[in-house]
Design a protein around this ligand. Structure first.
Ligand code: CTP
Length: 429
């Protein structure tokens, strides 16, 4: 697990930083916090200390009682020479909320408190999550500061639009929710180049097949599992395209999102991207049937009960495996009910000619569709079957990607590495 450093600057949204730190701790990370003096007016250091189990520092001249150690690490015998021990040892540094003033100082390279000094000395990924009044955020000075920081490789987590933390304020400048902040922070910390050079295609969400101008056949898929896979693959350095059917989530960091509505649109997008992809992860819930002739206007009940003629949609996954080229790994998903789930999944692996199948038991309401958690069984082409216990989808995604890695390495004769293109298909193993 990672060493995560959180920088909190002054702003009413600082309370969300507390929850962000709590989530990161709950996910097993070691978290330390530095605050600007102004931020203490909003949340006191005792709160962050209680949540992280470690002292919180505000001033570059105060000594660190933990001597640069992150929670869970032994406290060194001697105090570190530098007051920058925390940032030197961090895997990722998140500044949230990042006030307009702190952003301006970061853009200008100032080092007038522990947080700005640490940012200037950081060698790890740095993320800033601006949060402020709408006019301050839109001001050209703030926008220019953000552009400068981005140009220097800092990740800017854009604020949301809506009700701001200050009473009665509305607009853009709202700090994203703690779940999103924690996910991006963790993702930055686990960034590797293990999949550099690989192209990854992910399908996510659920397709909608129109019945008339307002109604459709759809499903409850939120796209969370697909987005977690896309984020995980991007964190490994892959170039990722996600074909997203009706997903209402923030775009994963560093991923190209292609929005689609129907199975037919998804098929077209996949046709364009699949041939150049090395790893294809088909997490979308694609409608199996669609109305043959959707009405252009709204069906009225005074016209009587309509009869819907339906036809099968394209099986995108089967088309992809039928045209599979050497070196492509294809992963399918199966939403199955109850006791027969594994047997059905295994049959689907064979029938659809997959390298790996991820089986969800949709009989359970605490996992799978439209929830943040999942528990899946993986069955690989080489017969290996493994159950991933209930965990949030980011962790499940990591396990799936690790399994893809194992399969790709083993098809290279155990030589490891994922950058080369090798076949793991049936025809040219
Ligand atoms: N899939 C696809 N195109 C479709 C239908 C499904 O690409 N038209 C993909 C899904 O993204 C998923 C896998 O195929 O990876 C699911 O297989 P499928 O056999 O269609 O699943 P179910 O619809 O659950 O099948 P069944 O009717 O056998 O329950």
């Amino acid at each position: 697990m990672a060493r995560l450093l959180l920088g909190v600057s002054g702003g009413i949204a600082a309370y969300k930083a507390l929850e962000t730190a709590r989530l990161a701790v709950r996910h097993g990370h070691s978290v330390r916090v530095v605050q600007t003096p102004a931020s203490e007016r909003f949340v006191g250091r005792a709160s962050f200390a209680a949540i992280t189990g470690a002292p919180v520092l505000l001033d570059e001249f105060e000594s660190d009682p933990a001597r640069g150690a992150y929670p869970g690490e032994p406290v060194p015998d001697r105090a570190p020479i530098s007051h920058l021990a925390l940032v030197e040892r961090a895997d990722a540094f998140l500044i949230a909320p990042a006030s307009a003033n702190t952003l301006a100082k970061l853009a200008g390279g100032h080092a007038d408190n522990l947080l700005t000094t640490a940012a200037l000395a950081a060698a790890c990924p740095v993320l800033v999550a601006p949060a402020m009044n709408d006019r301050m955020y839109r001001h050209p000075a703030t926008q220019r500061n953000l552009e400068q920081l981005e140009a220097r490789g800092v990740t800017v987590i854009p604020p949301g639009e809506g009700e701001l933390a200050s009473h009665g304020e509305h607009g853009i400048g709202r700090l994203p929710e703690p779940e999103q902040l924690a996910a991006r922070w963790e993702q930055a910390a686990s960034r590797t180049d293990a999949w550099a050079g690989l192209r990854v295609l992910v399908t996510a969400g659920g397709t909608q097949e129109p019945i008339d101008s307002v109604r459709f056949i759809g499903n409850r898929s939120s796209g969370r599992m697909g987005y977690a896979l896309a984020a995980g693959a991007a964190a490994r350095g892959a170039a990722v395209v996600v074909v997203a059917a009706n997903v209402r989530l923030a775009d994963p960091l560093g991923v190209q999102v292609v929005p689609v509505r129907t199975a037919a649109e998804m098929q077209l997008a996949c046709e364009a991207h699949a041939p150049v992809s090395d790893v294809i992860l088909m997490a979308a819930a694609v409608a199996d049937f669609r109305p043959v002739r959707p009405a252009a206007d709204k069906l009225k009940k005074d016209r009587g009960v309509p009869t819907l003629e339906i036809e099968p949609t394209e099986d995108i996954l089967s088309q992809i495996t039928a045209r599979r080229r050497s070196g492509q790994s294809v992963v399918g998903f199966a939403a199955e009910h109850g006791e027969e789930a594994i047997a059905y999944g295994r049959a689907k692996l064979e029938r659809k000619d997959l390298d790996l199948i991820v089986i969800n038991d949709i009989a359970r309401s605490d996992i799978g569709f439209d929830t943040s958690h999942n528990e899946v069984t993986l069955i690989a082409r080489d017969g290996l079957e493994r159950t991933i216990p209930r965990a949030d989808k980011a962790h499940v995604a990591e396990d799936i990607l690790n399994e893809v890695d194992r399969l790709r390495s083993s098809s290279e004769g155990g030589s490891g590495g994922t950058g080369r293109t090798v076949s793991v298909g049936t025809t040219t193993v």
